[in-house]
Design a protein around this ligand. Structure first.
Ligand code: XMP
Length: 593
């Protein structure tokens, strides 16, 4: 096993996932974990982090980890900590280096950079740098601003990288991690052989007890439900799907059908839409909506659990959840995603049940792509395994609610005079570093031709970088110039839900018809509270490519698909404007709320 010590960077999960893709099991532990708790590790990777090693409250590792005699790789902050702990020096640099940088190898025989070209592009993000290396260390690569971009002591197998090999933007990053992993002599790991371990754990934890498995129809809970049925048998499992009224068109019925087709006949659906809609009436704040949906979910679940388990001894039942690794470990994500965890897997009663040992989460050590591989291994069909993720609060976070339009920021930019633009009178969520932003979207115009110039994609990268008042750039596909927008007060209620649901169904059906469903990672369709005619609304198309939702790129859809989609969307009642979101994450998030 290779342990990733988390020094607070948002990338600890990315590192652990990369190591698993290299067929070595990897876990995340706190930066301060004592060396005595790491004796079963074959190697350590120290993650990056937002602080400086010399800040008084910065995370500090146990210096004894450097004496364990196993290979160690420090990334960014992790490298600074190793350098300082071994007697070298780290200093704040006058200028912060952020983004793409080219590094040049200074030696041809470094094992860490084996098979990398003499110069390659990497992703840097640092304000401090090593200035004096510890005894025994030498330099393997440098950049124009950083003399120690890759360093190490080959004999002791202790290494440091100033750049991030774990992010997709770093060329040969996987190769570098593989070079490190190869030095660790860790046992081979794969989902196939881990499956037996998961099955054993289910058997041991459940014993003769039954499991009430919470199911959403998404890949995680479907894989967990299937595994529980396979291991414990149908008489020992009860699936429960809570319909919150914010699901996709015919979703509950479709999930039921898909699960039944798998030979699983123990799923029940609880229609709780009235209570959700009642509690959401007149609520506009996005976080408040999330909180209400999360809490109501728990209340409904408690009532149903009481109904099902109540007649029986509570200790004869376990509550099953499809929780995956990033939700289990308090690390990595932004503050925003920390909030997501709280609502769905770790609230109130669930915490109490966990303390009593009454919760079973068979996938809690796995990442989404591990779960998908596992789903394929246990024979689930492609369309179940590769379904796009759908957020727990569903359409509730895809309908932007407001009782009045937002004031527009005072924003002027000197584009080429041919480029027409406007600002949308709503705000949406974005993410910058670990901070959440809440600002406006800039709109550019192409009209129904859907012919998007390359320059617009560049504007989508540049503009959020130069002003705090814009965190997204969209292009209007229904109109070729700005129009007066009529605002309609919008809340979570049957009429707005049905508009958002219909638009989502049109978009997904079009992607399926063109065989493009699998080409994007997720495709949120968002309803905005205004249109060019009074009483009408707008739709935003937000297809993204991603690996794990921590970072994402806007997916570039072909013109003909966009043309077909908008034709159909504009035929739907009360929809008269369509936008296409061009922004990556960061600076925007995948969802608008
Ligand atoms: P963002 O918008 O933060 O989304 O880039 C990242 C991923 O998380 C999903 N998401 C949620 N999932 N409850 C969930 O279960 C939520 O409240 C929630 N908010 C966002 C989102 O769909 C994307 O896949």
């Amino acid at each position: 096993m290779i342990t990733v010590l988390d020094f607070g960077g948002q990338y600890a999960h990315l590192i652990a996932r990369c190591v698993r893709r290299l067929n070595v099991y990897s876990e995340i532990k706190e930066a301060e974990t004592p060396a005595s708790d790491l004796t079963d590790s074959h190697g350590l990777i120290l993650s990056g982090g937002p602080q400086s090693v010399f800040d008084s409250d910065s995370p500090q590792g146990d210096p004894d980890i450097l004496k364990l005699g196993i290979p160690i790789l420090g990334i960014c902050y992790g490298m600074h900590w190793i350098i300082s702990a071994l007697g070298g020096q780290v200093r704040k640099q006058p200028k912060r280096e952020y983004g793409h940088t080219q590094v040049h190898q200074t030696t041809s025989d470094s094992a860490l950079l084996n098979q990398c070209p003499p110069s390659f592009n990497v992703w840097m993000s640092h304000g401090d740098s090593a200035t004096i290396l510890p005894a025994g260390f030498s330099v393997f690569a440098k950049s124009d601003h950083c003399p120690y971009a890759a360093v190490g002591d080959e004999k002791k197998k202790q290494f440091g990288l100033q750049f991030h090999p774990e992010v997709a933007h770093t060329e040969h990053g996987m190769q570098i991690l593989e070079n490190f992993v190869c030095q660790c002599n860790a046992p081979y790991w794969s989902i196939g052989n881990y499956l037996e371990h998961i099955k054993d754990q289910i058997r041991q934890q459940a014993g003769q007890r039954k499991v009430l498995m919470l199911t959403s129809g998404g890949v995680d809970s479907t894989v967990a439900l299937t595994l529980l049925n396979q291991v414990l048998g149908v008489d020992h499992v009860q699936g429960l799907l809570i319909d919150n009224g914010l699901m996709r068109k015919n979703e509950a019925a479709k999930v039921m059908q898909a699960i039944t087709a798998l030979g699983i006949n123990n799923l029940m659906v609880e229609d709780a839409s009235p209570i959700f809609l009642d509690r959401l009436a007149n609520v506009t704040d996005p976080e408040e909506k999330r909180r209400i949906i999360g809490n109501t979910f728990i209340d409904v679940k408690d009532q149903v659990v009481q109904r099902i388990i109540g007649k029986d001894d509570e200790n004869n039942w376990l509550l099953g959840q499809g929780t995956i690794y990033p939700d289990t470990i308090e690390t990595g994500g932004t503050k925003h995603s920390a909030g997501i965890k709280l609502h769905h897997n770790r609230s109130g009663k669930v915490q109490e049940l966990i303390a009593k040992g009454l919760v079973i989460e068979p996938l809690s050590d796995l990442y989404k792509d591990d779960v998908r591989e596992l789903g394929e291994t246990i024979g689930l069909p492609h369309e179940v395994v590769w379904r796009h993720p759908f957020p727990g609060p569903g359409l509730g976070v895809r309908i932007l609610c407001a009782s009045k339009p937002e004031l527009l920021p005072d924003f002027k930019i000197n584009f080429n005079p041919d480029v027409k633009y406007s600002i949308l009178p709503v705000r949406s969520v974005g993410v910058q570093g670990d901070e959440r932003t809440y600002s406006h979207a800039l709109t550019l115009y192409v009209g129904k031709s859907c012919d998007i110039p390359d320059a617009f994609w560049q504007i989508a990268v540049q503009v959020p970088n130069i002003t705090d008042s814009i965190n997204r750039v969209v292009v209007c596909l229904s109109h070729n110039q700005p129009h007066t927008l009529w605002f309609t007060p919008t809340f979570i209620e049957p009429s707005s839900i049905s508009l958002a649901r219909e638009a989502d169904a049109i978009v997904i059906a079009t992607m399926e018809r063109y065989g493009l469903y699998d080409s994007v990672w997720q495709f949120p369709v968002v309803l905005l509270p205004f249109g060019v005619m009074p009483g009408n609304r707008s739709i935003v198309l937000r297809p993204v490519e991603s690996r794990e939702a921590m970072t994402a790129n806007a997916a570039k859809l072909k013109r003909e698909i966009l043309v077909t989609m908008i034709e159909q969307l504009l035929r739907a009642p009360e929809i008269d404007t369509v936008f296409y979101d061009l922004t990556s994450k960061p600076p925007a998030t995948i969802e608008w709320e």
